[in-house]
Design a protein around this ligand. Structure first.
Ligand code: ADP
Ligand code: GLC
Length: 501
């Protein structure tokens, strides 16, 4: 089975969040499960630098599709190649005027969305659809798997390009429903999308064109990255205004929990750590904590319960719940480290709060992969108090590294962490601390349970041991995706709503 995997980030070449980790690990796991997978990515400078072209570039069909195809001075091309180091097969969508820019993949250096994002990401979907229908005479996928709003038009373009032929089936995965790719209604014509689809049952979201909605209306199957989030997004509370559209397609929606790449996230072998450890040899963990305290200028106290967060600084991540409980956390003898990057207002609020506790609390701003590993290795508790969390990876990394996750009971956090209630401790299923109300008070309660558990070393060690032995391998999710692909291929996927002529 040949699968084209369409996304915008790929660890370690380009990463703004967990999407990149998944794009690196899931295709490899699918490959191991017997699928032939090729990725399609925009040729952002960082991605192009890590890929070696290995076949002649291919042109894109320019009839229909986004106008930008015909207006760029240099025609966009598909470049077959492989990732240097891993050998992963990819196609790069080469259009330097669109993708080779200073700044991020979605925003400029000042944090503003690129003004031509509609054209930039429509072209990615168009290229995916073209490959789906034979743009590469040597390799045609049986199925196209598109990820997040950036690739949201893929299922629709696949159907539009098919004309009278059956369309190549598509799966659309929602990694985060909060980012929807909304553009002015007028973009439809520019993107080659039938005006007839611009209505509430089609592409329209409150007067705007929604790439996310396009993905979930026209894909043959919709998945998201945890079973709990698959349920949550069908409710008004977590549906970001798309819950109705999702409920209407509930029979096509499922949740498949992300996995962890344990080659990269293994405290026994992690090359980014000086001291290694595993569940049977925990001395390295104590040493990782000491090293971290020294590195960050925290007081070197072995008995301090060290809380940590490694996160994007966005409203989603719930970090505004932390400052109100910080004095209490410090008074109880705890310490806090936050590594984050993103919203400057959140950064300022955290900076002010943490600055009141020199030697006990520290904020590091920036994106730092090595420090992320060292923090998760050194911490006793990893904080993930997200308002919502489609899956979340850091809590799973925390489990593996013996940093017990303290999480809000939503999405993948609820699916992966079991609270230290007395009965869960009793039946050895406890792995962390879970709070239910999205409030500082509820977070404080969970924090207090962490201190209480720490005062019972035998129980702490048992919970930590259980946490470290939890496994969220990619093998199982890869099998689930494969089974889903298979269901769509036999008979060929035809049951998504037809596109009006
Ligand atoms: P999201 O994708 O919503 O940001 P995830 O938990 O799925 O959340 O994935 C976040 C990924 O990004 C993890 O690999 C985490 O370690 C990493 N990460 C987040 N913030 C930082 C940071 N400031 N520095 C280094 N790594 C980070
Ligand atoms: C998104 C989500 C996160 C998830 C990641 C990978 O960024 O916010 O919860 O783990 O995608 O699927």
């Amino acid at each position: 089975m040949k699968v084209l995997y369409v996304c915008t980030e790929l660890y370690p070449l380009l990463k703004t969040g967990g999407l990149a980790d998944v794009s690196a690990a899931l295709p490899a796991a699918l490959q191991a499960a017997g699928c032939h997978v090729r990725l399609l990515l925009p040729a952002f400078a960082a991605i192009a630098a890590g890929v070696r072209a290995d076949a002649p570039a291919l042109p894109l069909p320019d009839v229909g599709g986004p106008e930008v195809l015909r207006t760029l001075q240099q025609a966009p091309m598909l470049v077959p190649g492989h990732v240097i180091g891993t050998g992963q097969r990819v196609y790069l969508l080469d259009a330097p005027a669109l993708y080779q820019r200073e700044g991020g993949p979605y925003q400029d250096a000042a944090g503003q969305d690129w003004r031509d994002n509609a054209a930039r990401f429509a072209l990615l979907s168009w290229a995916a659809a073209a490959l789906g229908h034979g743009a590469d005479p040597h390799w045609q996928p049986d199925l196209v798997h598109a990820h997040d709003w950036h690739a949201g038009l893929t299922p629709l373009y696949l159907k539009l390009l098919a004309n009278d032929r059956p369309a190549t089936p598509s799966v659309f995965t929602i990694h985060n429903l909060a980012y929807q790719g909304l553009f002015p209604a007028g973009s439809c014509a520019e993107l080659g999308l039938p005006e007839a689809l611009f209505n509430i049952d089609g592409l329209e979201y409150h007067g705007l064109l929604s790439f996310m909605k396009a993905g979930l209306q026209f894909a043959d199957a919709i998945t998201t990255v945890s079973p709990r989030y698959a349920q949550e997004i069908t409710t008004a509370e977590q549906g970001c205004g798309l819950d109705g559209a999702l409920r209407a397609r509930q029979d096509r929606l499922s949740g498949i929990l992300n996995g962890v790449d344990y080659e990269l996230w293994n405290p026994a072998t992690d090359p980014l750590l000086k001291a290694h450890f595993d569940v049977k040899r925990m001395r390295g963990k104590a040493s990782a904590k000491r090293t971290l305290q020294r590195l960050l200028g925290l007081e070197e106290r072995a008995d301090a319960l060290l809380f940590a967060a490694v996160t994007r600084l966005t409203e989603q991540k719930g970090l505004h719940l932390v400052p109100p409980i910080l004095p209490d956390l410090i008074e109880r003898g705890g310490q806090l480290v936050i590594l984050g990057d993103g919203d400057t207002a959140i950064e300022t609020a955290l900076r002010e709060a943490l600055a009141c506790h020199p030697g006990q609390a520290v904020l590091r701003i920036g994106y730092d992969e090595a420090l992320a590993h060292r923090i998760i290795a050194g911490a006793d508790v990893i904080l993930v108090p997200s308002r919502f969390e489609p899956c979340g990876l850091t809590q799973m990394y925390g489990l593996r590294y013996g940093a017990l996750p303290l999480v809000h009971a939503v999405g993948g956090l609820a699916d992966t962490v079991t609270d230290c209630s007395l009965d869960a401790i009793d039946d050895a299923s406890a792995s962390g601390f879970v709070f239910h109300d999205f409030s500082s008070d509820a977070l404080r309660g969970a924090m207090r349970r962490a201190f209480a558990l720490r005062r019972r070393p035998a129980d702490w060690n048992a919970v930590q041991g259980h946490a470290m032995q939890q496994r969220f391998d990619w093998q199982e999710p890869a099998q689930a995706y494969r089974a889903l692909y298979q269901r769509l291929l036999v008979p060929a996927g035809t049951s998504a709503p037809p596109v009006p002529a």
